[in-house]
Design a protein around this ligand. Structure first.
Ligand code: HPA
Ligand code: ZN
Length: 325
């Protein structure tokens, strides 16, 4: 099997990863000590998540510890360092302002702080990063439109896309609720990426395409339950940003042998591999490739094809894409 070094050398991008899930755990523990904030669980059990809802609560706690511009810029710089260490040439990085309590009402300052970190990283030869600003599934239509209008008015070149994440399971049929926000984002030239088919079934993926104009689906794996939907994804070449370890650790599938990524790929659906929340789920991008290589027996050519899909599916500019390929 290819060594991790060979997997790190595969030209590829990461297109489904959340800043909230990239804060290093020792750093979180140090910040919590400094502020006298109790840990949400005993230290040895900090990363034992009881499904997606528990995980999302943990994100609120973690992001609440990041309070200064310097700390945010450092988080961004550290993210780029982690990309370089994995041999990843570019990332679309999702961040969801609702998790970051100390920054509520200060979106512009938040984006500036992150941009400062990414800019410094690029100056030091680390890989470039585009930001996908994310809505939360449980937000209102008005809050969503307000966020998009703020983003569109800012026109910050670091921001490449509108995203939506969070729990779909209790949110019902929410495509219509977010359609106007996504329409405005698209009209302003932002790309659109949508978490669907993780905590929702295939109907959530259909919703993302029909109501939100998704350029890309985050997860999307439960499309496997609907052959007509799989055919649609293949025909329109709508890429899925698949995160195998996340799906195992947050309880979507019991084992990698049950995971549909290889069946989706064989059906002609464009799939990429991603970490979702590498620090909190204790994974790396090369680790995700190794996991699938071992489980599905992917050949070098198949690994290379998935890696190429990650570049094609990314929202990097044409120059970056050409350099990566
Ligand atoms: N699903 C939904 N929301 C999220 C996830 C996820 O996997 N990771 C971080 N926010
Ligand atoms: Zn995600």
């Amino acid at each position: 099997p290819p060594s991790l070094d060979r997997l790190r050398a595969l030209p590829r991008a990461e297109v489904h990863v959340h800043l909230e899930g990239c804060l290093p755990v020792p750093q979180l523990e140090a910040w919590a000590r400094r502020f006298g904030e109790p840990l949400p669980r005993p230290p040895g059990q900090l990363l034992r998540f009881d499904g997606l809802v528990d995980f999302l609560h943990f994100l609120d706690w973690a992001c609440g510890l990041v309070r200064t511009r310097e700390e945010l810029a450092e988080a961004a710089y550290g993210f780029s360092q982690r990309l370089a260490a994995s041999g990843t040439g570019y990332a679309d990085l999702i961040f969801n302002p609702t998790h970051w309590r100390p920054w509520h009402g200060r979106l512009s300052a938040m984006i500036d702080a992150l941009d400062a970190g990414f800019h410094a990283a690029e100056q030091d030869g680390l890989p470039p990063v585009g930001l996908c600003v994310s809505l939360l599934r449980t937000q209102s239509a008005d809050a969503a439109v307000e966020l998009v209008d703020t983003l569109v008015a800012l026109r910050h070149p670091r921001v490449v896309a509108l995203s939506i994440d969070g729990n779909e399971a209790t949110a019902g049929h929410t495509g219509p609720r977010f359609a106007e926000a996504f329409r405005r984002a698209g009209a302003a030239g932002l790309k659109r990426t949508v978490h669907a088919g993780e905590s929702s079934g295939p109907e959530g993926v259909r919703d993302a395409i029909e109501w939100l104009g998704a350029d890309r689906i985050d997860h999307g794996v439960r499309a496997i339950e609907d052959p007509a939907l799989m055919a649609l994804l293949a025909e329109r070449q709508i890429p899925l940003g698949v995160c195998p370890t996340s799906n195992l650790k947050l309880g979507v599938y019991p084992s990698i042998d049950d995971h549909p990524v290889d069946r989706l790929r064989r059906a002609g659906v464009p799939v990429s591999l991603n970490t979702d929340d590498p620090a909190l789920l204790e994974t790396t991008l090369e680790g995700e490739y190794a996991l699938c290589q071992a489980a599905f027996g992917w050949t070098d050519a198949e690994l290379r094809a998935v890696a190429l899909t990650s570049i094609d599916a990314s929202f990097a500019n044409a120059g970056v894409k050409t350099r990566l390929r």
